[in-house]
Design a protein. Structure first.
Length: 296
């Protein structure tokens, strides 16, 4: 297989068209079109569906792109590292991280990483949705309790759990009476199952406020409007200071933060460096460690 033609194919696939790829690379559009056509002929496959105004990868083209894009990037990085006489992390590193972790910890983490590795251009995108790493060009994603994915490998670097917290002025009702609750988004749970030192129990809830982020939920609970289920790391300081009271641990609420990356034998130096950076920041990976990091 012609690696130069394969690189041109990846260039076109990444930019979504011959014109965009030509402008980005400063290359003639006709040359890119010819080289992709030659690659298709050598493979006896159609890699793009060409419309009058659009260009779309075929099933075979997408498979080829997903399996070769990372390999070509690694080849380029390896050549650059050898040419520069070292294997220091360098180049662009794109990371996708969940909203709460980004709001509480990622700014400081990213800044410290950039100071440690000045030749890496770190880009962090905040998103709670599932992202397609290959399609969207991410090198690493951080996710909470992700579903199994055979195309990705990863590791847990932090653990947390949910607790029910409320202001000290809010008393838990007796029996089945509902407690005013602050909930996130469209959470429609009518009861919360919790565990206390005395054993399991159940809290009936009446959502009086719905907010889109856990930071907002925490702030509303601090104001005394109701109780909420919140990550222990987010309220640890309030519980220690007595500004919030812990009613119990939410049953089955263990939280694991994973770092995920494409399943392949070799990791780029910049991804390995970021994984080591997370390990240095959270060596034990406990909720208390995250709470201490958040406080700075």
């Amino acid at each position: 297989m012609d690696l130069l033609a394969l690189a041109d194919f990846n260039l076109v696939a990444r930019h979504g068209g011959f014109g965009k790829a030509a402008r980005a690379a400063g290359r003639p559009k006709a040359t890119l079109s010819r080289r992709v056509s030659e690659l298709e002929s050598s493979l006896h496959l159609r890699l793009f569906e060409r419309g009058a105004r659009s260009l779309k990868l075929t099933h075979e083209g997408r498979a080829l792109y997903e399996r070769t894009a990372v390999l070509l990037t690694e080849l380029g990085e390896t050549a650059a590292a050898i040419a520069s006489g070292g294997d220091k992390p360098r180049g662009r590193l794109r990371v996708s991280a969940p909203q709460l972790f980004s709001q509480t910890a990622m700014g400081r983490l990213a800044a410290n990483f950039a100071l440690k590795h000045p030749q890496v251009r770190l880009e962090v995108t905040t998103d709670d949705r599932h992202v397609d790493m290959i399609e969207e060009g991410f090198d690493l994603v951080i996710r909470v309790n992700p579903a199994p994915d055979e195309s990705l490998v990863g590791r847990i670097f932090l653990r947390d759990r949910l607790v029910v917290a409320a202001g000290p002025g809010l008393k838990r009702p007796k029996g089945n009476l509902a407690v005013p609750a602050v909930v996130r988004g469209d959470d429609d749970a009518a009861v919360w199952d919790i565990r206390q030192p005395s054993g399991p129990s159940r809290i009936t809830v009446d959502p009086v406020l719905r907010l889109s982020s856990l930071m907002m939920v925490r702030d509303a609970v601090r104001a005394g409007i109701g109780a909420a289920r919140l990550p222990l790391s987010l309220v640890s300081h309030d519980l220690a200071a007595g500004t919030l009271v812990r009613w119990g641990d939410v049953e089955g609420s263990d939280i694991a933060l994973w770092t995920l990356y494409p399943s392949r034998r070799l990791l780029s130096a910049r991804v390995s460096a970021f994984l080591d950076h997370l390990k240095d920041a959270f060596p034990k990976g406990t909720p208390d460690e995250l709470a201490a990091y958040i406080r700075g």
